[in-house]
Ligand binder design. Structure first.
Ligand code: DAK
Length: 257
């Protein structure tokens, strides 16, 4: 795939998308978001790809939406433009997404990391929702996902003051899964990705869907949803293989069927 603002590659069952606008700290302009969505389309369709790692560079995962594109935008333009659809596309991606975050992870960058399923952070990572300093507020999920991740009062502080928090603080608050030295970031993200990619792919996708559903449904609805997905897993060859392998005391070989 040929892109201008992102780099992609696939190694085994793990795909990587690297945001690549270093001069502007990987600010997420429309073209970058379109390319990101196109890469996700391709990786969703590719049965070889089981997990996607999304990353930036050492200085920034992403410093937010490209502020230059906000000048002169009207409310109607904001509502009817393509922005919302791009974020809906990311939200609908069915395979696990791991954010590997180094440096600035701000505004839309922080929202993008939070839209991923797991976050591995370098010690250099800085998270924040500084939109308030621009006279706006988070618009790509920050006011909804951040409180769910860190709790209301911490989210309020970050969103109302625009402060940045360190990787260690993000870890203590439950925003990230792991914090590692900068040089270990990609190894750690890939180790996690490969571990997940070694599991039964259909069950992984069902589990992701079930966990995400828990964020926005009452418990009884979520439990019912889980029960249905659990039953669907019993229709897969991988379930037969997983159970048989356990009983035969060997490692399962999953095919994604
Ligand atoms: N957009 C455009 N350019 C940016 C940028 C950004 N978000 N962040 C940094 N840059 C550019 C800088 O302008 C500078 O460019 P040059 O001057 O060299 O041409 C270059 O990147 C390096 O930045 P600095 O010189 O400022 O570097 P420093 O180390 O001094 O400072 C910083 C780094 C990250 C603290 C600072 O650049 C900064 O505060 N950046 C802005 C961070 C920010 O406010 N982010 C939130 C943006 S609003 C929605 C979808 C998404 C969103 C909303 C709605 N819908 C679906 C409806 C998202 C909104 C946002 O993210």
């Amino acid at each position: 795939m040929e892109f201008q603002n992102i780099l992609t590659h696939v190694d085994g069952h793990v795909a990587t998308i690297r945001l690549n606008r270093p001069k502007v700290l990987n600010a997420l302009n429309g073209q970058t978001m379109d390319e990101l969505c196109a890469a996700l389309d391709a990786f969703e369709a590719d049965p070889q790809v089981r997990v996607v790692v999304l990353t930036g560079d050492e200085r920034a995962f992403a410093a937010g939406a490209d502020i230059g594109e906000f000048a002169g935008v009207t409310p109607v333009g904001m509502l009817e433009g393509p922005r919302g659809k791009r974020w809906d596309r990311i939200r609908a991606f069915p395979k696990p997404l791991i954010a590997a975050v180094s440096g600035y992870c701000l505004g839309g960058g922080c929202e993008l990391a939070m839209a991923c399923d797991l976050i591995v952070a370098s010690e250099t990572a800085r998270f924040g929702q500084p939109e308030i300093n621009l006279g706006i507020l988070p618009g790509a999920g920050g006011t909804q996902r951040l409180p769910r991740a860190v709790g209301k009062h911490r989210a309020m502080e970050m969103i109302l003051t625009g402060c940045h928090i360190t990787a260690q603080q993000a870890y203590e608050w439950g925003l990230v899964n792991r914090v590692v030295p900068p040089e270990a970031l990609m190894d750690e993200a890939y180790a996690l990705a490969r571990e997940i990619a070694s599991k039964a792919p259909v069950a992984v996708r069902l589990a992701k869907a079930a966990v995400l559903r828990s964020m926005d449904t009452p418990l009884d609805v979520g439990l019912d949803y889980e029960r249905r997905l659990f039953a669907i897993a019993f229709g897969t060859e991988d379930k037969e293989e997983g159970v048989r392998a356990f009983l035969e005391k060997r490692k399962p070989v999953f095919q994604g069927r």
